[in-house]
Design a protein around this ligand. Structure first.
Ligand SMILES: [Zn+2]
Length: 297
């Protein structure tokens, strides 16, 4: 046999579908990847050089700084509840994969009865609308009243950049397409087994959700943390996406303290897929301990 006789073997250039299931008591949670976003390292609050050092230590590429994005479907056995809706079409070809991954998981958009919102940043609500229509036509929206109030305010628009302004204007159209909006304004149960935990700062109505079934818990933390590279160890480091940095840091500390003390499983929207782990207290800071692959659901 000569080398000319050897047929090339096709290499796959795509990853397996990024869906992952975990059981919390009698609830089945499906973590669904929406793809990824790249952040400009120069926007990092401690400086691009510090971020380069942190990524070197973590054996990650220096630039761009890549953040995955996930959303979740909670199957309670009676209802399918979506938490956040991903980017939709707003961030280009590397994101907006929520619907495709839902299909792979055997979930149709029409089956979603509620969408719980952590906050209204474009990478969390961009997927609520598809070509000007509700992506989840049978769903109610559940959201902190301060969050929608802020997005409807002149203040939000006055703080917008050229890039974020169209996203805010688009988010304002969500209520037209989802007539059933249910508001809350404090901690408490929003659906049987799911409680809101208000963690304001990143945005005025930023909210985590505690899923609790048969004494098992999952803390859905939204954007309290971005990355295991720095968010847990250096609580004051951030990208400039928070509306109130001081309040965001306070909420970060409060949430991580609670998760560590309770030994809850936690998840964050931008943690590495499947974005599940625990939090260990380390002096005055914390450490992220990724969960192991679970063979059984
Ligand atoms: Zn986000």
């Amino acid at each position: 046999m000569t080398t000319e006789d050897i047929q090339p073997i096709i290499q796959s250039r795509t990853q397996a579908p990024a869906i992952y299931r975990v059981r919390i008591g009698s609830f089945e949670i499906t973590v669904l990847s929406d793809g990824y976003l790249d952040a400009d390292p120069n926007l990092f609050s401690a400086g691009g050089d510090v971020l380069a050092q942190l990524t070197d230590e973590a054996f990650l590429s220096r630039t761009p700084f890549r953040l995955g994005t996930v959303a979740y479907v909670v199957n309670t056995g009676r209802r399918l509840i979506l938490i956040d809706a991903g980017c939709g079409p707003l961030f280009g070809p590397t994101s907006g994969f929520l619907l495709a991954n839902m299909r792979t998981a055997g979930i149709a958009p029409e089956q979603i009865s509620s969408v719980l919102i952590t906050h209204m940043h474009a990478d969390h609500v961009g997927g609520l609308l598809t070509e000007g229509q509700a992506t989840f036509p049978n769903a109610e929206i559940v959201i902190h009243s301060a969050e929608l109030d802020y997005y409807m305010s002149d203040l939000a628009l006055s703080r917008a950049t050229e890039r974020t302004r169209p996203w805010i204007l688009r988010a304002r159209r969500v209520p037209e397409h989802y007539p059933g909006i249910r508001f809350f304004d404090r901690d408490g149960e929003v659906s049987p087994g799911i409680s809101a935990c208000v963690l304001a700062g990143h945005t005025p109505g930023h909210t985590g959700y505690i899923i609790d079934s048969d004494n098992n818990q999952l803390f859905v933390s939204g954007d309290i943390v971005y990355s295991p590279v720095y968010s847990f160890k250096y609580l004051d480091y951030d990208f400039p996406f928070s509306v109130d940095h001081v309040a965001a840091e306070q909420s970060r500390r409060r949430a991580l303290d609670m998760i560590a003390a309770e030994r809850w499983l936690m998840t964050g929207s931008h943690l590495p897929f499947p974005a599940l782990g625990h939090v260990r207290k380390m002096g005055s800071a914390y450490e992220y301990v990724p969960d192991e692959w679970r063979f059984e659901v």
